[in-house]
Design a protein around this ligand. Structure first.
Ligand code: ASP
Ligand code: MG
Length: 442
């Protein structure tokens, strides 16, 4: 048994869906369980339609056109689409009348994207002679907490999912399951979502709970690359990478997998493979528990752009323990997560997401420290075996010195698989290119 996950761009239109169907068919003898995202930018369109509804207008023309045109081209029935779109319109009418949009309603709203795509793909596959059955994730056991828009799966899913898919596993039901990614329900029956990009977690959760041979996530490039190919044209395939390295990649800007997607497969040591839907025979990238062979120490270079750097200097000469405890408590109070950090006894430099409003945080910190915030910063991360940090840093820093880049922060992650540096936004492309060249091209 395998899990095959296709993201939004893989099912963005009729042509893509036909292609995906042909890939699924090719793997039919491996007993696939398919996980899908919403078509193309449907999730964004749905969120836009909510904003429009708040202003008193119900408009789903983009969503309607995309799904009806696709159904026409695929020559499948529009019945399921009709009924979902009617429900969607009713919901938006409600939002437009109440002029109110809670997180719970938002989750109900965005759920239509995935619910539409699985019905269409299952129907098309069946029409083409590969019997398939769509499932809304809750039908096969996706239970979560009620943290709408970023829900956490309940531990009971480990037994609920195998129960939900048991008939397929035991060959009682032969239709290939086509399951909505991203979605779950809480114990009160409200629809929840697992955070943007959450379909990866849906896929790895199913894969782990079902103990499949492999979870495949299908992309448009040859698996995981050594850098973003839009920045570095010399970027090449990373054949093998560990769960920890892949998690760091996800946290530090690579679009490979949702950061939370690694935790279920890490538990069961289930292999994940990132495949290219345009190059089916390419092995892609394998994500494994640990490296068994000796490899060169650097895996990839990634970047997170437009972050803010905060420099905090103690005004009270507190000891480091009290000082840090106080600072972290203020961050906790404002629910602001810190990405990269470097500290000395009386000062701390750290980074946070670029879009956050820091007013309250800075006010609270002003009692014990002077703070300065610099926007337009970026984090560049070397995903590597940090056991070789001196050699990696030596080479990297020399090459950066040659192009005149001096990092604001240098930090080696506790997970021992990353070295991150913070630099100016204007230097980020040069920085990635330079480090890539130093580690992969010479
Ligand atoms: N459709 C959702 C999103 O766009 C979930 C996903 O694609 O994984 O975030
Ligand atoms: Mg999407």
């Amino acid at each position: 048994m395998i899990v095959m996950k296709f993201g939004g761009s893989s099912v963005a239109n009729a042509k893509r869906i036909q292609h995906v169907a042909s890939i699924i068919k090719k793997y039919a003898d491996k007993k696939p369980i398919v996980v899908l995202s919403a078509m193309g930018d449907t999730t964004d369109f749905l969120l836009e339609s909510a904003d429009v509804a708040l202003n008193g207008k119900v408009d789903i023309s983009k969503i309607e056109k995309l799904h009806y045109d696709t159904a026409d081209e695929l020559e499948i029935s529009k019945e399921a689409i009709d009924s979902l779109l009617t429900e969607l319109k009713a919901l938006l009418t409600g939002i437009s009348m109440l002029k109110e949009l809670t997180k719970r309603t938002k989750d109900y709203l965005v759920s239509f994207g995935e619910r539409l795509s699985v019905r269409m793909v299952a129907s098309y596959l069946t029409k083409k002679g590969t019997p398939a059955q769509f499932y809304d994730a809750w039908d096969i056991g996706f239970l979560s907490d009620s943290n709408f828009m970023n829900a956490e799966l309940d531990d009971s899913v480990w037994s609920l999912i195998p129960r939900g898919l048991n008939d397929y596993k035991c060959n009682i039901k032969k239709e290939i399951p086509i399951v909505t990614g991203f979605l779950a329900k809480d114990k009160n029956g409200n629809i929840t979502t697992l955070g943007r990009g959450g379909s990866d977690l849906s896929a790895t959760m199913i894969g782990a709970a079902m103990h499949v041979d492999e979870v495949q996530t299908w992309k448009d490039v040859d698996g995981i690359l050594t850098a973003d190919p839009r920045i570095v044209k010399e970027a090449k395939n990373v054949p093998i990478i560990t769960y920890d390295e892949a998690s760091e990649l996800a946290y530090f800007g690579s679009q490979v997998l949702h950061p939370r997607a690694m935790y279920p497969v890490k538990k069961t040591k289930t292999t994940v493979r990132v495949k290219n839907s345009y190059n089916i025979d390419h092995p892609g990238s394998l994500i494994v528990p640990e490296h068994l062979e000796k490899l060169t120490p650097v895996r990839a270079i990634t970047a997170v752009k437009n972050i803010q750097m905060i420099e905090i200097v103690s005004t009270r000469m507190l000891g480091a323990s009290g000082f840090l405890a106080h600072i972290f408590n203020v961050f906790l109070k404002w629910n602001i997560s810190i990405d990269v950090i470097a500290t000395s006894e009386v000062s701390v430099s750290l980074t946070v997401a670029g879009n956050l409003d820091l007013t309250g945080l800075l006010e609270d910190l002003s009692g014990i420290a002077t703070c300065s915030v610099q926007k337009d910063k970026a984090i560049v991360t070397i995903i590597c075996d940090a056991a070789h940090s001196s050699a990696i840093m030596g080479e990297g820093m020399k090459s950066l010195a040659d192009v005149g880049i001096n990092p604001d922060i240098i930090s080696q992650g506790a997970s021992k698989v990353n070295i991150s540096i913070v630099c100016n936004m204007k230097d980020v492309i040069t920085c990635v290119k330079t480090l890539h060249k130093a580690h992969f091209e010479e």
